[in-house]
Design a protein around this ligand. Structure first.
Ligand SMILES: Nc1ncnc2c1ncn2[C@@H]1O[C@H](COP(=O)(O)OP(=O)(O)OP(=O)(O)O)[C@@H](O)[C@H]1O
Ligand SMILES: [Mg+2]
Length: 474
């Protein structure tokens, strides 16, 4: 059974008991009120009759008695009136009234006690009200007795109407309570919980983007808020785990590639030297065609040698020696190193140090940081045409220290963008590119717990931003 239904039923039951008790009480007090009113009414009639019938009896005016009874009978034919002499013998009755043992009993009691009597007959579930009173002379002598009997069907009709009205009210109240319970339960409980359940289901299926609308500011709203916060934590933890896994895979790959390529480079080294030696020997050959071919051989051998050297340095990369170090100095060294080449090619190479250099310190390995700057600036130089501009900037962004290299070169198309950091991916194979530059940068960035981001528009240059965590001490 749903919470909504349970609440509604409980509410209805409590309401039913309370309102039912009230209705019963109201019914009883209405009945008592009606009976009290009827009793008072019959007493008034009785007292009026006592006076007029008392006089008539005293004066022995039988005709007066008959006239009084006839007049009352015309006023209300349902009321029966009986008049008795002091011995209890009936002397006159209103029309339709007949001798009746119970009325006779009342009359006998009223005569002997000399007091008036009023009672319902029968006592439980009465169908009439009976009144009896002695008729006394001024000196206290009993002249006779008068009795009145009045049916109570009109009382019963009134009571039945009251009962029906009360039952109708109770039923309407219960229906209203039930409807209100169901509607409020749906709006405040069932719906928000259903949304929460849907959210949980979505999470179970691995979709961490699920968020539930907070809705109202109540306990359920609070629960939803907590749920959303929990999902956020879960999502970021899952993301961090996935990033870590990817990173580990990449490092694995790099290590394997490093080991394999170092071995391979070693193997290739000696035969390559022999090849290069023979080829350069042939450059002095008499036949120009042989000389041309020999030149090509030497050129290609040089290229292979470069790749092999890169591979060897990649494979032998030392573990980082991390210490608090200044980022400006190694970057400046790179700018100095490549400044000449930039000038020769008509490219402006500028270093911008934003703010206090002492605040640009990080935990890192100086040589490796230099390697990062070198590879990024070399790539920028390779992509930038004459009259272009390369800006290397060092600054802080919040509590991170940033190195950015922006060029006005060719930019990077989406396909290249997707494979930038892949070892051996290069679009510059013909110009001696090995495709290891950015792979090395990536490995170093990861070792420094830094982040690298690339922004580029085809034809409008590229910007590589490496952001390091601030130095952790001093
Ligand atoms: N600033 C840049 N502008 C445009 N393309 C770039 C830029 N930097 C890198 N690239 C692209 O990324 C590729 C991979 O770069 P990476 O440095 O890994 O290798 P490479 O420069 O081709 O070779 P190597 O660095 O070994 O000489 C490049 O071939 C080039 O296509
Ligand atoms: Mg490169």
């Amino acid at each position: 059974m749903s919470i909504r239904l349970r609440f509604t039923l409980a509410l209805t039951a409590v309401g039913g008991v309370l309102f039912g008790t009230y209705a019963l009480w109201a019914y009883r007090s209405e009945r008592d009120d009606l009976r009290t009113a009827a009793t008072r009414e019959i007493r008034i009639i009785g007292r009026a009759l006592e006076a007029s019938l008392g006089h008539a009896l005293r004066d022995q005016q039988g005709a007066d008695i008959e006239a009084t009874l006839a007049m009352l009978d015309r006023l209300d034919p349902n009321v029966d009136i009986h008049t008795y002499d002091p011995r209890g013998v009936a002397i006159a009755r209103s029309q339709g009234a007949t001798s009746d043992a119970i009325v006779d009993g009342f009359v006998a009691r009223a005569g002997s006690t000399r007091r008036e009597l009023v009672a319902f007959d029968p006592v439980d579930d009465p169908d009439r009200l009976v009144f009896a009173a002695p008729l006394l002379a001024d000196d206290g002598v009993l002249l006779g007795t008068v009795a009145i009997s009045r049916p109570v069907t009109d009382l019963d009709d009134d009571l039945a109407r009251t009962r029906d009205r009360l039952i109708g009210m109770v039923v309407a109240f219960l229906l209203a309570t039930m409807c209100a319970g169901l509607v409020l339960g749906t709006v405040h409980v069932s719906r928000p919980i259903a949304r929460l359940v849907a959210g949980v289901r979505q999470i179970r299926q691995g979709d961490f983007r699920a968020r539930v609308e907070p809705g109202r500011r109540d306990e359920i709203g609070e629960l939803v808020g907590e749920f959303n916060a929990m999902i956020q934590v879960l999502a970021s933890e899952t993301e961090a785990r996935e990033r870590l896994e990817h990173g580990l895979q990449r490092i694995d790959k790099l290590v394997t590639i490093g080991q394999l390529s170092a071995g391979l480079a070693h193997e290739i080294g000696s035969p390559l030297q022999v090849l290069a030696g023979r080829a350069s020997g042939l450059r002095t050959h008499a036949d120009p065609e042989v000389r041309r071919q020999a030149d090509q051989l030497v050129g290609q051998c040089d290229r292979i040698t470069r790749i092999v050297e890169q591979l060897l340095s990649f494979g032998r990369r030392k573990a980082a020696v991390v210490a608090a170090c200044d980022l400006v100095e190694p970057v400046r060294a790179v700018i100095d190193l490549l400044g000449g080449e930039a000038r020769r090619r008509g490219i402006t190479l500028a270093l911008v140090v934003d703010g206090d250099a002492r605040r640009l310190r990080i935990d890192g390995d100086r040589d490796q940081l230099q390697q990062v700057a070198l590879n990024l600036v070399k790539n920028a130089l390779a992509a930038t045409p004459p009259k272009g501009r390369i800006t290397v900037r060092l600054d802080r962004d919040g509590d991170r220290v940033r190195l950015s290299v922006a060029d006005s070169g060719t930019g990077i198309d989406p396909e290249t963008r997707a494979r930038l950091f892949e070892p051996f991916f290069t679009t510059r194979a013909t110009d001696g590119g090995t495709g290891l530059g950015l792979a090395v940068v990536r490995a170093i960035v990861d070792e420094h717990h830094a982040r690298i981001e690339v922004a580029s528009q085809v034809g409008a240059g590229a910007e590589f931003v490496v952001s390091f965590p601030e130095v952790s001490h001093g």
